[in-house]
Design a binder for this molecule. Structure first.
Ligand SMILES: *Cc1c(COP(=O)(O)O)cnc(C)c1O
Length: 348
């Protein structure tokens, strides 16, 4: 990947490896067959997550993509409609799963930084009785990945809840990075939880677990979700081995996300100092930094290749946009050196 020794791998917060403490927890996990409902570690994780997010029940799933797919199918009948922003993970990175698995029609709104505007949603949600496709659910992504880790203001989420309730639509949260949102905003996780009919949250992003996501909803919906998970091939056996990593992550790795946020802000500030106009540090709310290569003499692909030559790995998200993500496996020194390399390349 890179010619030089690795300085920092900022491509994604999915790249973390389990820590020694997490591996010990996995090695010691009590397990059973989760398809029989007999894995104590999975059962404990599901109970802990439901309590944390203030939902009735939870379901452990292998990936956030499966989590979203299950939630979409819980909330939208075949040939029904899901409304979301045009850059949402559900319509960008899930390979058409909503269409293939759920026969769900998606309709998208172009939104600043991926955050849906409640007025725009109100104008587009189609209730029953209009002779149109009914909008069964609206999906928000919190924080927003392609929106640069943007955090919804709580007031905006409350207005989205009011609009959807008024129109008879459900509200889903792709909360792959809900823990980042919680740490950045200070809003309690359960305050987020009570706003949504269904949520999917990742343990394998900033929290640092190797595998796993959790679906949260009412008890009846989770019972139906369990069947959908099995049908998708996601019913696992001694899954407590990986659930234990998730339990360890929620016990030890939530509050430390503030460090990732501080490092992302420092990275952005250092780059903006030397290469003005390529990044706006004020936009960095969590662990994601988006760099605009316009005017730098690089496009996203050439910048990524040049940085990799110097041991700094970053990701392409658009022809002129590069993404940096801070996480458990990058430290202050790695970020400082990455900032040096990237600002030199961008300042040309
Ligand atoms: C990572 C991510 C997911 C789920 O990804 P998996 O790789 O399937 O676990 C869903 N939504 C968002 C916004 C994500 O960033």
């Amino acid at each position: 990947m890179s010619r030089s020794p690795l300085v920092a791998d900022l491509r994604s917060d999915t790249l973390t490896r389990p820590t020694a403490g997490m591996r010990a927890a996995m090695a010691e996990a009590e397990v059973g067959d989760d398809v029989y409902g007999e894995d104590p570690s999975v059962n404990a994780l599901e109970a802990e997550m439901a309590a944390l997010l203030g939902k009735e029940a939870a379901l452990f799933v292998p990936t956030g993509t499966m989590g979203n797919q299950i939630c979409v199918r819980l909330l939208v009948p075949p040939a029904g409609e899901l409304l979301c922003d045009a850059d949402a993970h559900i319509v960008t990175y899930e390979n058409g799963g909503a269409a293939q698995h759920g026969s769900v029609q998606t309709r998208t709104l172009v939104s600043a930084r991926g955050l849906l505007d409640p007025d725009a949603v109100a104008a587009q949600v189609r209730p029953e009785g209009w002779g149109t496709v009914v909008t069964s659910a609206v999906a928000v992504e919190h924080t927003h990945n392609r929106g640069g880790g943007a955090v919804y203001p709580l007031e905006t989420l409350r207005r989205l809840r009011a609009v959807t309730t008024e129109r008879g639509a459900a509200l889903h949260c792709d909360g792959a990075r809900i823990f980042n949102a919680h740490v950045a905003s200070g809003v309690p996780l359960a305050t987020y939880g009570e706003l949504f009919d269904a949520m999917s949250v990742c343990l394998s992003k900033g929290l640092g677990a190797p595998v796993g996501s959790v679906v949260l909803a009412g008890a009846e919906a989770i019972a139906r979700g369990r069947v959908l998970r099995h049908r998708l091939g996601g019913a696992m056996r001694q899954a407590g081995i990986i659930a234990a990593a998730g339990r360890y992550a929620i016990a030890h790795h939530i509050e430390r996300l503030a460090e990732d946020h501080r490092r992302a802000k420092e990275l952005a500030t250092a780059i903006a100092d030397k290469a003005p106009g390529t990044v706006d540090p004020a936009r960095v709310e969590t662990n994601i930094v988006l760099i605009d290569t316009t005017g730098s003499g690089h496009d996203a692909t050439s910048l990524t290749a040049a940085a990799a030559e110097e041991g700094v790995l970053v990701g392409v998200v658009a022809p002129r946009q590069v993404r940096l993500v801070t996480h458990l496996d990058v430290d202050d020194e790695g970020c400082a050196r990455a900032a040096e390399v990237l600002s030199r390349l961008l300042a040309g």
